[in-house]
Design a protein around this ligand. Structure first.
Ligand code: UPG
Length: 328
């Protein structure tokens, strides 16, 4: 298939693009390089530096590349904490960019779409692990923006026959030897912990240790980025028979912040000093996924379910790319 990947220079988008190419698909990447890195885009992919806010350019791209079979939409503002400080970046830009993309795609006859959605739809889950039928309570403007895009897709299906899947990632992490996580500034737990191991930061701050969990710190379900990539590819290949789908994506096992730090100490062999700070606004205590639906419907199986293996893959990238991509 010929797949348009927005955000294909970013962390999850670039690794998924590389996996799509490995699986024999053609990839066209659109990225504005706001967080993405040109060097992360696989050399076999077409790269277009463009912003989804620019509707004219979007129509030109669809005209210049006819026959696009499907879209994977990664490009987005993605930080829970930032969305509590800059809500309009999320409630305006995330929504408008997705609408611009969908409008141009529909005009060009594209009817397959995979959305990067989020566990932040489930701020107060009644049941752990969290299944797709759990009540949606977005935890932040970020989660709300993704929920609204999910709803928009529903109407695109009703009105235009769009086939789509919303993949609600829990905590994406892990790297590959060629591509890895490199945000500026970095806010995610595992890369921060590894930067401490490399001596690039004095310590990691634990955001709160008074949660109702086994050691007082937040519990998250960490899923390897390659397992997310395989879910995207399986879903895209099956969309014609699926129609409309929403899948929660995680390993089904939760780890506390302290357990992640301890595992990183073991994997890296370096000391990782930690200090306890206040809670971060918008953080729920426990997020663990039930991925039974995607396992049953698509035969998806995580290949890297073990936290130590995930952190070891991230350590390999960070150790060999201590300054990330050298393009800044
Ligand atoms: O310096 C840090 C960074 C994080 N944490 C904690 O570590 C956990 C994981 O945090 P982080 O790695 O920042 O990921 P999340 O905030 O959980 O968000 C990620 O995971 C969400 C789904 O759960 C996605 O929607 C978001 O896009 C993605 O950023 C949370 O409990 C944080 O409170 C710390 O204690 N100290």
């Amino acid at each position: 298939m010929k797949i348009l990947v927005t955000g294909g220079a970013g962390y999850i988008g670039s690794i998924t693009s590389a996996e799509l190419i490995r699986a024999g698909h053609e990839v066209i990447v659109i990225d504005n390089l706001y967080q993405g890195h040109r060097a992360a885009v696989p050399p076999e992919a077409v790269f277009i530096e463009a912003d989804l806010a620019d509707r004219k350019t979007l129509s030109e791209i669809f005209a210049a590349y006819p026959g696009i079979d499907g879209i994977m939409h990664f490009a987005s503002y993605t930080l829970v904490g930032e969305s509590m400080e800059k809500p309009f970046l999320y409630l305006r830009d995330n929504l408008t960019n997705a609408a611009n993309l969908l409008e141009a795609a529909i005009a060009a006859g594209v009817r397959r779409f995979i959305l990067s959605s989020t566990a932040n739809l489930f701020d107060r889950p009644e049941r752990i692990p969290i299944a797709e039928h759990e009540r949606i309570v977005p935890g932040s403007p970020y989660g709300e923006s993704k929920f609204f895009i999910e709803r928009t897709l529903h109407w695109m299906a009703r009105i235009y026959g769009m086939r789509y899947a919303c993949l609600r990632y829990f905590n994406a992490c892990g790297d590959t030897p060629d591509r890895g996580e490199d945000h500026d500034p970095e806010t995610h737990l595992i890369p921060i912990v590894l930067q401490v191991a490399l001596g690039q930061r004095p310590h990691v701050t634990i955001f709160g240790d008074d949660y109702p969990t086994r050691d007082g710190t937040c519990v998250r379900d960490y899923i390897h980025v390659l397992d997310l990539a395989s879910a995207h590819i399986l879903a895209m290949e099956a969309l014609d028979r699926l129609g409309e789908r929403r899948y929660n994506l995680g390993n089904g096992q939760g780890f506390t912040v302290r357990e992640v730090i301890e595992t990183a100490r073991k994997v890296t062999g370096h000391p990782i000093p930690a200090v306890v700070g206040p809670r971060r606004p918008g953080d729920p205590a426990v997020l663990v996924a039930s991925s039974d639906t995607i396992r049953a419907e698509l035969g998806w199986q995580p290949q890297y379910p073990d936290l130590e293996t995930i952190i070891a893959s991230a350590w390999e990238w960070h150790r060999t790319h201590p300054y990330g991509y050298d393009d800044k």
